[in-house]
Design a protein around this ligand. Structure first.
Ligand SMILES: NC(=O)C1=CN([C@@H]2O[C@H](COP(=O)(O)OP(=O)(O)OC[C@H]3O[C@@H](n4cnc5c(N)ncnc54)[C@H](OP(=O)(O)O)[C@@H]3O)[C@@H](O)[C@H]2O)C=CC1
Ligand SMILES: O=C(CO)COP(=O)(O)O
Length: 338
């Protein structure tokens, strides 16, 4: 470890292993480098590793220069050797598979920071539950909030939240990850931060679909507002704190991804609303999350008509028009009845 100073805070540089060589893994590797850490980036694909070593990740972050100093490798053991901290950045549905590869090489007792946003489709498990299942005893944290990979990679000002059940761990990680243009808040509501990040993707798809289908800005605002009610209901059933969901992971990320074509989930919904082909579009985590969130809502008796509609539209059971009619003709109710 090397002694270093960032943003006026005294701290010691860590060896950080970033697992996942996509857009977010690459951006976070750059962010960790700028926070004075010794960064190893694991990508399972040799071509991606070679490209990152050459200074760009053209498949996932085209046109963005990767500063020298990140040690890219397709050997997960090399990435994890002597690591002080691990950032898990594979898509949510791939976390279990990636941890299976990582498990034999994981140093004991180091924090694992979940950076994906989703719920496991087959089991309904939050990502922290997957880690508890596969790597018992590992200190778990989650990093979430409104943060496009391209913005973070370019070093644009961004605020995120780092959560862990132990506030001291969350605070330490937030301090170590923060740098000039990355401001990390801390939280001890791990579940709340996970749920906010996972569910906002479903509404980002819905927002894109509303835009794509030409339903208007008023419908858009109504959908996001009522979607947020559903997010809070499901969050409450997991034990998430309402104030967490009012923060960066939840409301903050809804504001970002429900309003920007830069969001892949929004772009997916946009294509859906325009009747364009969906095959070959970039990762949209909200697709599997919509299906499992709809199932969770049904099983728990939670009223979540927008999530249910998004799930049904995605599996082809109903059209967007039919969903709109169903949502608009539901029995009237008190707005505050959440
Ligand atoms: N992009 C963004 O702006 C942000 C993304 N996130 C979240 O981060 C997560 C990852 O997204 P992102 O990086 O953008 O996705 P990308 O589609 O850009 O990249 C996914 C990466 O994961 C790798 N991968 C997939 N499966 C495995 C596996 N089993 N083992 C190892 N690596 C695997 C892929 O490798 P390969 O190329 O070999 O398939 C690829 O490098 C998502 O949950 C997303 O919601 C969060 C905040 C911002
Ligand atoms: O979560 C994100 C920004 O906070 C990225 O959103 P998309 O995955 O929709 O691009």
């Amino acid at each position: 470890m090397s002694a270093s100073k960032t943003s006026g805070r005294d701290k010691t540089g860590w060896r950080v292993a970033v697992l996942g060589g996509g857009a977010w893994g690459t951006a976070l590797a750059l962010a960790m480098l700028r926070a004075d850490h010794d960064v190893r980036l694991y990508a399972r694909d040799d071509e991606t590793v070679a490209a990152i070593r050459d200074g760009e990740n053209p498949r996932y972050l085209p046109g963005i220069a990767i500063e020298p100093g990140i040690a890219a490798t397709s050997d997960i053991g090399t990435a994890l050797t002597d690591a002080d901290c691990v950032l898990a950045v594979a898509p949510a549905q791939a976390l279990r598979a990636m941890l299976t590869t990582a498990r034999p090489h994981m140093p004991k007792g180091i924090p694992l920071v979940l950076c994906a946003k989703g719920i496991e489709r087959d089991t309904g498990a939050l990502l922290s539950a997957i880690v508890e299942d596969m790597l018992p005893g590992t200190p778990i944290a989650a990093l979430s909030g409104p943060s496009f990979a391209t913005d973070v990679a370019r070093g644009l000002p961004t605020a995120v939240v780092v959560a862990a059940r132990e506030e001291a761990l969350a605070a330490e990680l937030a301090a170590r990850f923060s740098a000039q243009n990355l401001r990390c808040y801390s939280s001890d509501d791990l579940i709340g931060v996970e749920i906010g990040g996972a569910l906002k993707n479903v509404f980002a798809i819905a927002a894109g679909a509303v835009t794509g289908a030409g339903l208007g800005a008023s419908a858009q605002a109504a959908m996001v507002t009522r979607g947020f009610v559903e997010l809070r209901r499901i969050g409450a059933s997991f034990g998430a704190r309402p104030e967490t969901l009012m923060g960066l992971s939840g409301l903050g990320d809804l504001l970002l991804t429900c309003s920007s074509t830069q969001s892949r989930n929004f772009a997916y919904g946009l294509a859906l609303g325009q009747g364009k082909p969906l095959a070959g579009l970039p990762l949209a985590e909200g697709v599997p999350t919509a299906a499992i969130a709809a199932r969770i809502a049904t099983e728990r008796g939670i009223d979540a008509p927008i999530i249910t509609a998004v799930s049904a539209i995605l599996d082809g059971t109903i059209t967007i028009r039919q969903a709109v009619t169903a949502l608009m003709t539901r029995p009237l109710k008190t707005e505050t009845d959440i």
